[in-house]
Ligand binder design. Structure first.
Ligand SMILES: C[S@@+](CC[C@H](N)C(=O)[O-])C[C@H]1O[C@@H](n2cnc3c(N)ncnc32)[C@H](O)[C@@H]1O
Length: 389
């Protein structure tokens, strides 16, 4: 028996949505229509217990970022310098790992980041599995609703490279029916709650430029996950038809449900960003946020080529990611941190990504590239932007 207090009640929060959903389901919707509350776009977690556990992990990670990570950074510089490492070069990764793994502060930080990461994923997944019946019904009901549409593709041949449990997310993006829920609530911890109102996504979308002629009829957001970047795009370009793709069906089911709840018209398609269903010259803008570090380098190339094909002349390609601007690379510490992310955060493709030359990849795909584009993921970094000529 499901305890009403323990539901992800309010994933569809409003009474009017409840009525529409009940109609779509042909019976009374099995949700608690007095949910614990909505914070902007973000639903409160179903029980105080889960919420406080996640809050604790979030607070702990905030402390790590403020204190432990700074100490570990200072220690790393010190230890590497004392070992005679040239800090301004990538250096040999085996040497860097050996030197830094011996340092207790650095090891403690690595251990703490990764263990806390495992903890919050597990917490959210357990809660989803506990409430499986209701959550599945909720997503199924939303599939019949708009605004926007959802095209799932059960026959999609999902490539092996997309089947890893990237950043230790249980089941990854394609292997758990609640991948969307898990990602949504889990990343709220990683982002310190910064996506609770889609506010980070809105900040990251600010840099997306209009094509020179100002016309934006259609936009595609690649690798959209829970659709938060797509929502921000719709807010910035309300006149545009916004499409969003992802390889993961569960991601898109959750994204569509969320968009329905928020009344955002987004059209979701389950497909590979490197092989889309769209005709040539179809979009004015193609974006992605945090997609390309999660695919092999050859696929980043293919995704850029596909973006070039489906953009109209004058269209804008805006792939945003950790190194898609002038973020530091090519130092011993950056090299070690990339390896740490690859090895301990199970970011399977990160080392290929670390070595990837974005501007070159985009030029090879046919774009005219601006390497000093608008601000990217932080206020100090610029984003590489491609223009189809
Ligand atoms: C880190 S998440 C993206 C986050 C999201 N864009 C945002 O702004 O919140 C990466 C997403 O890319 C998707 N993905 C990975 N490879 C893909 C591919 N070849 N085509 C489409 N989506 C892909 C994953 O399923 C996952 O949802």
């Amino acid at each position: 028996m499901i305890n009403r207090r323990n539901l992800f009640a309010g994933t569809m929060a409003t009474a009017s949505t409840a009525a529409t959903l009940s109609k779509a389901m042909g019976k009374e919707a099995p949700f608690d229509w007095q949910p614990r509350g909505t914070i902007g776009v973000f639903e409160r977690l179903p029980s105080l217990n889960v919420e406080s556990e996640l809050d604790f992990i979030t607070g702990y990670r905030a402390w790590m970022g403020r204190s432990l990570a700074k100490q570990a950074h200072a220690r790393s510089l010190d230890v590497l310098k004392r070992a005679g490492v040239n800090m301004n070069k990538d250096g040999n990764i085996n040497d860097l790992v050996r030197i830094l793994t011996e340092d207790q502060t650095v090891s403690m930080m690595v251990h703490n980041i990764e263990r806390s990461q495992e903890q919050f994923w597990k917490l959210v997944k357990q809660e989803c599995d506990r409430n499986a019946e209701v959550l599945l019904e909720e997503m199924a009901a939303a599939e019949k609703l708009g605004p926007g549409t959802l095209q799932l593709n059960a026959d999609l041949d999902i490539p092996d490279y997309a089947c890893y449990e990237i950043h230790i997310q249980p089941g990854g993006y394609v292997g758990d029916r609640f991948a969307g829920h898990i990602y949504f609530y889990g990343t709220a911890t990683v982002l310190m709650g910064g996506n609770g109102q889609d506010q980070l996504q809105r900040a990251w979308v600010r840099g997306v430029p209009r094509p020179a002629d100002g016309k934006v009829k259609r936009i595609l957001d690649q690798g959209t996950s829970c659709g938060q970047f797509a929502h921000a795009l719709k807010d910035k370009f309300p006149e545009a038809e916004v499409w969003a793709d992802d390889v993961g069906g569960p991601m898109l089911r959750f994204a569509h449900m969320n968009s329905v709840k928020l009344g955002k018209e987004i059209h979701y398609v389950q497909q590979l960003s490197e092989m889309t269903q769209f005709p040539d010259n179809h979009f004015d803008i193609v974006t992605s946020n945090l997609l390309i570090h999660e695919v092999p380098a050859t696929k980043i190339d293919e995704i850029a080529k596909e973006a070039h094909r489906i953009l109209r002349p004058g269209g804008v390609y805006y792939p945003l990611d950790s190194y898609s601007g002038d973020q530091p690379r090519g130092t011993a510490l950056a090299h070690y941190n990339a390896w740490r992310n690859y090895r301990w955060n199970h970011e399977v493709w990160w080392m290929e990504y670390y070595g990837y030359d974005h501007a070159k990849g985009m030029r090879d795909a046919g774009f005219k590239v601006d390497e000093n584009g608008p601000k990217g993921r932080t206020d100090t970094t610029k984003n590489v932007i491609g223009y189809k000529v």
